[in-house]
Ligand binder design. Sequence first.
Ligand code: ADP
Length: 296
Amino acid sequence: DLLVVGSANADLVIGVERRPAAGETVLGSDLAVHPGGKGANQAVAAARLGARTALLARVGDDAHGRLLLDSQRAAGVDTVGVLVGGAPTGVALITVDPSGDNSIVVSPGANGKLTPEDVRAAGSLFHASRVVSAQLEIPLETVVEAVRSLGPDSRFVLNPSPPRPLPQEVLAACDPLILNEHEAKVILGDALVGDDPADWARILLARGPRSVVVTLGAEGSLVASAEGVTRVPSVKVDAVDTTGAGDSFTAALAWKLGAGASLAEAAAYAARVGAAAVTKQGAQESFPTAEEVAAL
Ligand code: ADP
């Protein structure tokens, strides 16, 4: 019922005392390899909640690609749309220092080779989906083609991350456009006024999306539609690691919308999912089951 169109990366993480300066070599911890990328994360998050989920993505014909396919299948994601080959699997090289500050280099690899043609070839996945969820770690023209491939009754959810200017055709399809404060600021650009996220949500809404959700971390989120702007509180938890909060929030919201929830209901459920995700280390490892959400 949910189709995620997006990226799949291997996250290669090394802990260091100090991140290296130009020309410097530092010694670090053992390497940890985690499945990641916003598309892969969203698909795993939704499937773990019990959503029937498919992923349209591209990985390389290599060990990282197999790691990603295995983690999707283990979560119960339909991987018929995960294409293999064309470039090495996308990689994020991450160094983290003891204070938690990191430096990241991303090689998009196969994510950059997910083409509009791949989207057209996946027409049956689009027709079988009530909700299509995308992000921007794949080529923009591929996202545009996903919008053009929506079935007559299907809904489009976009997290514009990493943020960049969006064509009108994409903006107008979003229901909702869902973004954090940083993404909102970049997308607003010159139109950014003041520091009230409710104003940002109104300005974004006027640009064409049918609805907008601005996520505010521990402050919860703002939901904006023709009916106005409402605040959805977060759930109080002891945050351990906020990695993946936005991905699990978006996945939960998209799934609930497809199941018939109102935007406010879906955002309230997504807040519980995001809160559960920040109580555990990691991204995919931290995503809760429906039982864990209910127990929160
Ligand atoms: P991103 O990960 O994209 O930066 P946010 O940090 O805004 O996104 O988090 C997305 C959602 O996850 C929030 O709207 C909130 O519901 C939930 N969330 C994030 N951080 C916390 C936290 N510390 N405590 C409770 N909920 C949180």
